[in-house]
Design a protein around this ligand. Structure first.
Ligand code: AMP
Length: 461
């Protein structure tokens, strides 16, 4: 049998698309494209398990552009949903690039900006809508979007959409659009909730998967450092920048506050002011877009970002991803480190963790089915003293984790924080009624074990 050459020609896409593919510099279809493009062209519903960086966007865009073909009528025929504005903008840009030799009209709908321009674009006539579910539903309810011609619906990053609570909007959308349509669902991970939803959303889907569930790209070197406190995380970061060990970097943090703190600590000290930006939900839409563009164009070298703000960003040649803290939504670890090591470039992911974060990294190691290399804090890094409040907060967190794992665990810490409970317990003990494990003793022992008692002296490098 004649072997089919692995080129885009094999899919019998039209000349306009092939030319755009050539302009984009794609020569060989990626594995997800090889699998998804023919199935979608044949009209199947597809369930795609693929991380960003695998070429999944073009995998679904090329066949749907082939189907939508050219501008027709006023109403949209294809809907693409994604969880964040950044991702919506990015997908819409990819539509623009791949459809550049066609007259297909497309619009990106997302919140954070007034809807006027978006509404005008819809009213002028549109073929493909790329949207966040919230903004789409707002405009639909205002009567600005006609949905009767919808023939294809795509959910991208379905796992994140669920984590972000978009399911009610997605369900409302499914109620109003025609039932006879083709559906595609893409997700970087495939937890049970996505599986359950896929039964609802897809009809006899074909599942395509390019790497086993939640495995991390092979081109990413991963390592981690356990440190006693947040200041030490900052100290290691500063050290890495000073030694030139990290260059083009995204630093992920769990919250806006921490993102701001990290940004302030690095800006102007180890990273020139103009080469670092911070993006999170409190930053205006335009600021976020500008920062991302500047980072993409290399004018900015360091981006400090929260998970939500950075979701799905496609930026090439990131040399390092720093997990300033361990994400509490474990799949985010996979998404975060997927920003580096793209398109076969080698990348590095470095994670910092305080003792309570050990609990979470262990769960992540289970999900990614590998152990992350542990490294010692470099000798030149100053190990800061843990402030009292931070120490207490960490002890409390560890206590809560133990309780979660073992409901019979009485808690080594709570009672100390709660003098009334401690006094009550003391009274019970002296009157001969035992109340369980000794609070003070186990509290200090857990402190010693992790070496982050007030002085931090016991902390091992
Ligand atoms: P995605 O997984 O869709 O976020 O795509 C990741 C990156 O790969 C994007 O920068 C795409 O432009 C690029 N890309 C997609 N398909 C190909 C291909 N066949 N060859 C080379 N690069 C590609």
């Amino acid at each position: 049998m004649e072997e089919i050459e692995n080129t885009f020609e094999q899919f019998e896409l039209n000349r306009q698309l092939l030319n755009a593919i050539a302009d984009a510099g794609y020569t060989i279809p990626t594995p997800i494209q090889q699998k998804t493009i023919p199935l979608t062209l044949q009209g199947h519903d597809v369930l795609g398990i693929a991380q960003t960086g695998t070429g999944k966007t073009a995998a679904y865009l090329l066949p749907i552009l082939m189907k939508v073909k050219y501008a027709q009528g006023k109403l949209p025929r294809c809907l693409i949903f994604a969880p964040t504005r950044e991702l919506v903008i990015q997908i819409d840009k990819a539509v623009g690039e791949l459809a550049k030799y066609t007259d297909i009209r497309h619009v990106a709908l997302y919140g954070g900006l007034g809807p006027k321009t978006q509404i005008e674009a819809i009213q002028a006539g549109v073929d493909i809508i790329v949207a966040t579910p919230g903004r789409f539903m707002d405009l639909y309810l205002r009567g600005d979007i006609g949905v009767k011609d919808i023939k294809i619906m795509i959910l991208d990053e379905a796992d994140k959409m669920m984590d972000m609570g978009f399911m009610p909007q997605i369900r409302s959308i499914l109620e109003v659009i025609p039932t006879k349509r083709q559906n595609l669902l893409f997700s970087a991970t495939f937890p049970e909730k996505v599986e359950r939803f896929s039964f609802e959303f897809l009809e006899f889907p074909t599942r395509v998967e390019v790497s086993p569930q939640a495995t991390t790209a092979e081109t990413i070197k991963q390592r981690m450092f356990t440190v006693p406190n947040m200041q030490t995380k900052i100290n290691i970061l500063e050290y890495f920048f000073k030694t030139g060990e990290i260059q083009k970097t995204i630093i992920f943090t769990r919250s806006k506050d921490i993102a701001d703190k990290v940004f302030e600590a690095l800006k102007g000290s180890v990273v020139p002011k103009e080469e670092i930006r911070v993006i999170h939900a409190n930053k205006g839409q335009n600021t976020r877009i500008n920062s991302m563009d500047a980072f993409r164009e290399d004018a900015v070298k360091v981006l400090v970002a929260t998970d939500v703000a950075a979701r799905g960003i496609d930026i090439e040649h990131v040399t390092h991803v720093i997990n300033f803290d361990v994400p509490l939504i474990y799949e985010d670890y996979v998404h975060r480190i997927g920003r580096t090591g793209r398109a076969n470039n080698v990348g590095e992911a470095i994670t910092f963790l305080t003792p309570p974060e050990e609990y979470h990294i262990k769960k992540i190691e289970k999900i990614i089915r590998m152990e992350i290399l542990r490294e010692l804090i470099p000798l030149d890094v100053t190990i800061a003293t843990t402030p009292f409040d931070e120490n207490q907060a960490m002890l409390l967190e560890i206590d809560n984790q133990r309780k979660k794992e073992n409901p019979n665990f009485k808690g080594a810490f709570h009672e100390k924080k709660n003098p009334r409970a401690a006094a009550a317990k003391k009274k019970a003990l002296t009157s001969g009624k035992s109340g369980g494990g000794s609070s003070t003793k186990s509290s200090s022992s857990s402190g010693r074990k992790y070496g982050f008692s007030k002085s931090n002296k016991g902390f091992k490098r």
